[in-house]
Design a protein around this ligand. Structure first.
Ligand code: ARG
Length: 412
C-alpha cells in the first residue's frame, strides 16, 4: 500500500508546492489538512480545491475557530499569558490545535507521516513535532522546507513548471502568521531592528495616532471567561472577534519586540493582538479584585512559566497540564464586570464590580464607616519586622550597618 503523508496546508506557495515536492521525493500520497483558526483570507472551499489541483489525494478541512477560542485562547487569557511580558502567544497557541487536526486526519486517511511547512530556524517546527510526539507518537515528521531543501526559488520554479494554480509572483516581503488571537509579522526590512514598522505592516489595528472618539465598554466575566460585552451574551469566539474589532479600531495591541526563540536566536517580531491585549488587561484587573493575595502572587509565577512552556512547544506536557489545574482553580471567583476605555492605543480599566470579590469598602475607606482596626497594625508591624530588626542589630555589632550617605539635608 502506498504510504500517506498528511500535510499542514495553508493554501500559500510553499505548502502548495510542498504537496508535489513531497510526492516526488518520497513517492507517498499527500493529504492536505487546512485548519481555520480565524486567519481570514481565502474561503476554505477555495483552499480545498487548490490542494486537490496541486495534487493532494484528499483534503481535510476544519473550521476550528470556536475550538481555538474556547480551548486555547481562553486558557491563555486565564493565564494572562504574555511571553517575555508582552507577546500573547498567537502562533504558539494555534500549533497544538493544528496538530490535533493533523493527527485526526492521519488516523482518518491512514497516514504514517505528518508534514509541515516550517523552516529549521523557528519555534513552530518544535511546536509541531513535540505536539505530534504527544498525540501521535507512532507518526513520523517531515518538513519539506527544512528536510527536503524546498527553498523559495525552487518553489517558484516548481509552481511554474507544473502550472500550479497559485500566483508565485505576488511576493510578500513579510512572513505573516495570523489567527483570531492576533497576528505576527517578521522578515523583510524588519530584520534591521533599528527600522521602525511602516503602516503596511498592520492590518488588525488602525493607527492609534488619530483615534476615533474613546470607546467605553463593559466586559462580563464568569470564572475567568468573558461571557458578555455591554450586556450582550457572547461565546469566547465572539468575545475575541468583537474585541478585535473595537480595540483594533483604537490601535490597541501593537507590539514590537526582539524575542528569545527556543532555538537560541534573538528575532524581531511585530505583533497585533487587540483582543488579547485588551482582554488580558480586563481579566488581570478582575483578578486583582477577586483572587486572594497569596494565590494571586503565586499565580504570577505560574503564569510566567505557563507562557514559557507554551512558547516552547510544551502545550501537551505534564507540567503544563499541572499548571492548568492550578490556574483553573484560581478562576473560581473571577466573575464580574470590568468597565474599560479603549482609546489611542490604550485599553484602560476604569471600573470593576463583582459579587465574588474580596474588595471590602469598609476595610478600605478612609471615611466614616471604617471597620479596619488600625490599633492592630502596631503589633503586626512589630512582629512582622522582627527578623529585619534582629539582622540589623547583628550588622551593627559587626560594623556592617548600611551607609546612610551624606547627601541632602539643609541646615540653618
Ligand atoms: N515568533 C512567534 C512565535 O514563535 C511567531 C512565529 C510565526 N511568525 C511569523 N511571522 N511567521 O510564536
Amino acid at each position: 500500500m502506498t504510504e500517506r503523508v498528511v500535510l499542514a496546508y495553508s493554501g500559500g506557495l510553499d505548502t502548495s508546492v510542498g504537496i508535489g515536492w513531497i510526492a516526488e521525493a518520497t513517492s507517498a500520497e499527500v493529504v492536505a489538512v487546512a485548519v481555520d483558526v480565524g486567519q481570514g483570507g481565502e474561503d476554505l472551499e477555495v483552499i480545498r480545491r487548490r490542494a486537490l489541483d496541486c495534487g493532494a489525494v484528499e483534503a481535510y478541512i476544519a473550521d476550528a475557530k470556536e475550538e481555538f477560542a474556547t480551548e486555547y485562547c481562553m486558557p491563555a487569557l486565564a493565564a494572562n499569558a504574555l511571553y517575555m511580558g508582552s507577546y500573547p502567544l498567537v502562533s504558539a497557541l494555534s500549533r497544538p490545535l493544528i496538530v490535533k487536526h493533523l493527527v485526526r486526519a492521519a488516523r482518518q486517511f491512514g497516514a504514517s507521516t505528518v508534514a509541515h511547512g516550517c523552516t529549521g530556524k523557528g519555534n513552530d517546527q518544535v511546536r509541531f513535532e513535540v505536539s505530534i510526539t504527544s498525540l501521535g507518537p507512532d507518526l513520523k515528521c517531515l518538513a519539506p522546507i527544512r528536510d527536503l531543501a524546498l527553498t523559495r526559488d525552487k518553489a517558484i520554479d516548481f509552481a511554474e513548471k507544473h502550472n500550479l494554480p497559485i500566483d508565485a509572483t505576488k511576493a510578500n516581503p513579510f512572513s505573516i502568521d495570523q489567527n483570531v488571537w492576533g497576528r505576527a509579522v517578521e522578515t523583510g526590512f524588519l530584520e534591521d531592528i533599528w527600522n521602525g514598522p511602516t503602516k503596511d505592516v498592520y492590518t488588525y489595528t488602525d493607527s492609534p495616532e488619530f483615534p476615533p472618539v474613546a470607546d467605553e465598554l463593559v466586559i462580563t466575566f464568569d470564572a475567568g471567561v468573558p461571557v458578555a460585552i455591554d450586556g450582550y451574551p457572547v461565546t469566547p469566539l465572539q468575545a475575541v472577534q468583537e474585541m478585535n474589532r473595537r480595540a483594533g479600531a483604537q490601535g490597541v495591541g501593537r507590539i514590537d519586540i526582539v524575542e528569545d526563540r527556543l532555538v537560541g536566536i534573538k528575532s524581531r517580531e511585530v505583533y497585533e493582538a487587540p483582543a488579547a491585549v485588551a482582554l488580558i488587561a480586563a481579566h488581570q484587573e478582575l483578578e486583582n479584585v477577586t483572587v486572594e493575595r497569596e494565590q494571586a502572587r503565586y499565580k504570577r509565577l505560574v503564569e510566567h512559566r505557563w507562557a514559557e512552556l507554551v512558547y516552547d512547544g510544551q502545550w501537551f506536557s505534564p507540567l503544563k497540564r499541572s499548571l492548568d489545574a492550578f490556574i483553573d482553580d484560581t478562576q473560581r471567583y473571577v466573575s464580574g464586570d470590568i468597565r474599560m476605555e479603549l482609546h489611542g492605543g490604550r485599553a484602560v480599566v476604569t471600573g470593576r464590580r463583582s459579587d465574588s470579590g474580596l474588595y471590602d469598602f469598609n476595610l478600605a475607606t478612609y471615611d466614616t464607616g471604617d471597620t479596619f482596626d488600625q490599633s492592630a497594625a502596631r503589633g503586626f508591624i512589630e512582629i512582622y519586622g522582627l527578623p529585619a530588626k534582629l539582622a540589623a542589630a547583628r550588622d551593627a555589632k559587626f560594623g556592617n550597618a548600611p551607609e546612610l550617605g551624606t547627601q541632602g539635608g539643609i541646615s540653618a
